[in-house]
Design a protein around this ligand. Sequence first.
Ligand code: PRX
Length: 650
Amino acid sequence: MSKKIESHLTEDRVFKPSKEFSKKARISSMAQYKRMYQESIDKPGTFWAREAKELGWQKKWTKALEWKAPYAKWFVGGKINVCESCVDRHVREGRGNKAAIIWEGEPGENVTLTYRQLQREVCKFANVLLARGIKSKDRVLIYMPMVPEAAIAMLACARIGAVHSVVFGGFSAESISDRLEDCKAKAVITTDGGYRRGSIVPLKANVDEALKRYKDVETVIVHQRTGDKVTMKKGRDVYWHEEAAQVSAIHEPKGFDSEHPLFILYTSGSTGKPKGILHTSGGYLTGAYTTCKYIFDMQEDDVYWCTADVGWITGHSYIVYGPLANGVTQVMYEGAPNFPDFGRFWDIVEKYSVSIFYTAPTAIRAFIKAGDEFPDSRDLSSLRLLGTVGEPINPEAWMWYHEKIGGGRCPIVDTWWQTETGAIMISPLPGCTPTKPGTATLPFFGVDAAILDETGQECRADEGGKLVIRKPWPSMLRTIYGDKKRYRDTYWNDYDGMYTAGDGARTDKKGNFWIVGRLDDVLNVSGHRLGTAEVESALVSHKVVAEAAVVGRPHEIKGQGVVAFVTLKGNAKSSDALAKELRNHVGTVIGAIAKPDEIFFTPALPKTRSGKIMRRLLKELVETGSVSGNTTTLEDHEVIAALQKQVSGK
Ligand code: PRX
């Protein structure tokens, strides 16, 4: 195996859930987990049918699974309306007056929507979409901040069978137009702006910019969040509240085929442009629902809070579809964790008595750095369960989370999954799994995870290899939108009939999975995937840049930071001002998240004799300050010697 996927972390601390927690949990013993896991692997049809049945189908399926690798169909012949299952079903079952979303804006205002109110808003907005000519299977791009209307827009699309594609509000105009072009969206839903760290992000202006390049959008619906003046193009742009005032609050949800497309969400790969990951209806909802139910142990009186943004998969599965399918009460927060200071999250936990809290290691590290006085001065006793997602959590951060936030009493679920998997795949079950800081522990029901070596043999305990999933699961991606070949090549090419996640991992002697990180040229910045190729092509699109190579460097808070090596064209001169300009350029092309932390200008990049950039050497250089690895294939040794001086001299 390559050196890259060795993992040397040893961790002996084991934390078992308290008897009190286990007693009330949905899964309360390892024996129960093992029994259910075995059934889910031996008889997936039986297992998943029992879970799916709880979602309220309009027509029952005839076959639970049809699998012709790499294409799966779940609940074949069944009809479901995902929005009805997440909203109307709860009103019918007596939760109409229960809070569905308790929203807090960054400036401090709050709004509570009960399930009945949510139903009303969703129905109205579904009627608005229909009135604007949006039909089943039309693509709708959503570019919004964390406001309830973002969830309402997603649910309304699902309700009428339109396919939403949410673009994270931190992405740039160019990222929007790239995605519009790829999915050929007919409509865009946005807001005038959104609050972030006290200032206003001009979302509508970014949409206007994107629509200069992509011209086939017929309708732009603008929710007024800030009240700032925005440009409205006659005939194309309309205000949400004005349209909603003209339509009925009643809308009958029609059942759609279980495999009806629900959404496209773009994610970074190692080469080329972002991939439009396509998820469908019945299987996806079953995955999101079941994982919330067992992993977050959602109970009727919980107050759940996931701090992700709806622009990422975590927001889709664990803010919108999963929690709402469970009929839980959840908190949604618009702004930054450190606004006005690092006490904001803990104020929210205290104020709304949050009982289940789900966040990312990068946020935990930022809190550790900010100081213990912030959590110490708040009452966090309502918490009973904590979760993390997005990247491996360092044991120190795990311990801090456990002690400072969880008061030593809350189980932590470290959840491994991906945009592609749709739902959590590897995670402790909080009422039974013994946890260790740094491992996502064991596969969830129906997940046949394994670590394989290059020859396809299963690795022994403590031996690093590639993480694969050997059987289809309900919430798996169905394809890359418009690119079946890329779908096969990216995920199904390594081993026959198995899904390759692109992560390196190992299992320990107890079968716990330890995720080491990505094996491809993908960075994990603050828990978000970023293709090095994307950042490189953003740099090269600047008029003075001839060539660029991008690598990741360990970063205390972000996990990984972006470092760029840039070669300039002809007589262009390097300077600090140019480095700043290039950073901003990347921000404009992709979004602030992709801005390099550091840029090194170099007359040449290290290449092989055949002209391939040797990123491996650059990575070693930024990580260790020197290059000791194999350089025999390097064409010009001077290049690396010069870079070494430059990097260590900085
Ligand atoms: O490398 C893994 C890492 O994040 C990748 C998936 O990124 P994305 O599709 O953006 O989805 C993030 C939210 C699900 C994975 O391939 N990752 C995610 N969760 C964990 C993780 N690495 C280690 N431990 C985790 N719990």
